[in-house]
Write a protein that binds this ligand. Structure first.
Ligand code: HEC
Length: 434
């Protein structure tokens, strides 16, 4: 509460985090992690078959992966820190307190990974093939380690498990969704890497002579990895708490379509279906490559965006399961706050508001404090958009009194009765003016 409240017009803070986050997942999974297995495997195949041209394909692909990982990957990685610090400072604070050393080790491992990818790319043909492959294997191992660490932290946010009672680092880290999420992400990384390579290869026109070999390899690779992705992700789904499973359809589409609970599964199976089909066609018939150079990456980009959105949504109303609400209030402190009031501890959320305006200003401040992490005024998930709130203070107050039960993905209101009335006044006014 004693952090600045940043409001992003129209798209809202969550969407900004999502945009940076999705680009980061595509690059960190697809290039940094998945790239390591795909490229090293391709190099291995080219060495075993003494195919110089295929080796050159692996080298030229590695160049792109190297550039993307060290530029876009690093930039968006820092970007995630920046955006999440802006919109969820208390959440980041909790993750730092629980996982301090994990973050530190992640940083060390990440630096090692970057050094290894640089050595892997820059030492191509300057080392004996065996030695070079060994560098490749070290690159695979460190990139897997980055995943092994980060998934512990992401999983903790979704299912805090025994940590809630023990407060032990390891209970938080090896939480109930840890293992299946780890495998799901590793498999996703593997598929993404192949999709990136299919796209980049379309631009390597001078290397078309090994097209059959490269595409057959990619096809076989997709046929092997896609089922693993399917299995791991279903296992992941199975261990999600019921609350999270129930929210998935709200997350995937919107509130209006909650009844289509099966959509998320159908959508996911369709994504894997496209990957398997691409794999089969590339393996059997390399001629249709034109469309297939772009289709997998497009489908996967949509899938990653949805997957991350669903994961973020499924843990609502929490940013750390059962412990910290998305708007930065801790669950245990709510009874205290409903006693003494939320405004007592708010400093930054008042900025620019005239406290003399009474309830209008107090209500606005409370909206910033408690609702603006997820709602804009008239943009995405805008609170004053049509059909969201009925006009008038009374309707708003009715909503505030009941939404904890009707809309369990929103954190309950934190504050005194008179604060609640002030928020209702602000919401009712705004809804009337729309
Ligand atoms: C954790 C994120 C989050 C927070 C914090 C949050 N909301 Fe929401 N709210 C949502 C989501 C998601 C929806 C559903 C949007 C949709 O239909 O797609 C929603 C919907 C609503 C609706 C429309 C309900 C309906 O039935 O159509 C209202 C009104 C609302 N929120 C008010 C508030 C108020 C007031 C606060 C602050 C006290 C708040 N929200 C805090 C996420 C949040």
């Amino acid at each position: 509460m004693d952090f600045p409240v940043v409001e992003v017009p129209l798209i809202g803070g969550r969407m900004l985090i999502a945009l940076v986050g999705i680009i980061h997942v595509l690059i960190s999974h697809g290039c940094a992690v998945g790239g390591s297995f795909f490229l090293v495997l391709l190099e291995y195949k080219s060495i075993r078959e003494r195919n110089e041209r295929l080796n050159l394909v692996a080298y030229r692909l590695t160049r792109w992966f190297f550039i993307l990982t060290t530029s876009v990957g690093a930039m968006t990685g820092v970007g995630i820190w920046f955006t999440t610090n802006m919109f969820s400072p208390v959440g980041i604070g909790s993750l730092l307190r629980v996982f301090f050393w994990a973050w530190f080790v992640e940083w060390l491992v990440f630096i090692t990974e970057i050094v290894l990818v640089a050595v892997y790319y820059l030492s191509w043909r300057r080392m004996s093939p065996q030695k070079h492959l060994r560098v490749g294997i070290a690159y695979i191992l460190t990139s897997l380690q980055t995943m092994i660490i980060i998934v512990g932290i992401l999983g903790f946010q979704l299912t805090s498990g025994k940590w809630m009672s023990t407060r032990s680092f390891w209970d938080g880290f090896f939480n109930p969704t840890y293992v299946p999420q780890l495998f799901s992400r590793i498999a996703l990384a593997g598929i993404l890497a192949c999709a990136f390579c299919l796209l980049i290869y379309a631009f390597l026109r001078d290397l078309r002579d090994v097209r059959t070999q490269f595409l057959r390899f990619s096809g076989a690779y997709l046929l092997f990895v896609s089922p693993l992705y399917l299995l791991a992700t279903f296992a992941y789904y199975q261990v999600l708490p019921e609350r999270a499973q129930a929210f998935i359809s709200v997350a995937l589409v919107t509130l209006q379509l909650t009844q289509y609970a099966q959509w998320s599964k159908i959508f996911f199976v369709a994504v894997v279906g496209v990957m398997l089909l691409t794999g089969a066609v590339l393996f059997l018939k390399q001629r249709t490559y034109g469309v297939l150079s772009i289709l997998p990456i497009l489908v996967l980009t949509v899938a990653v965006a949805q997957f991350e959105r669903v994961r973020e949504f499924a843990r609502k109303p929490y940013v750390v399961d059962g412990y910290l609400y998305s708007n930065g209030f801790r669950k245990v402190e709510l009874p205290f706050i409903s006693d003494v009031g939320a405004s007592r501890y708010a400093t930054w959320a008042w900025r620019g508001l005239d406290q003399k305006k009474g309830d209008a200003a107090l209500g606005h401040m409370l909206f910033r404090l408690e609702c603006s992490t997820c709602h804009t005024y008239r943009g995405i998930n805008g609170i004053f958009r049509k059909k969201i709130l009925a006009p008038g203070e009374e309707a708003a107050l009715r909503f505030l009194n009941t939404y904890e039960f009707s809309h369990p993905y929103m954190p309950p209101f934190a504050g005194t009765q008179s604060e609640k009335e002030a928020l209702a006044y602000f919401l009712g006014e705004g809804a009337t003016k729309k």
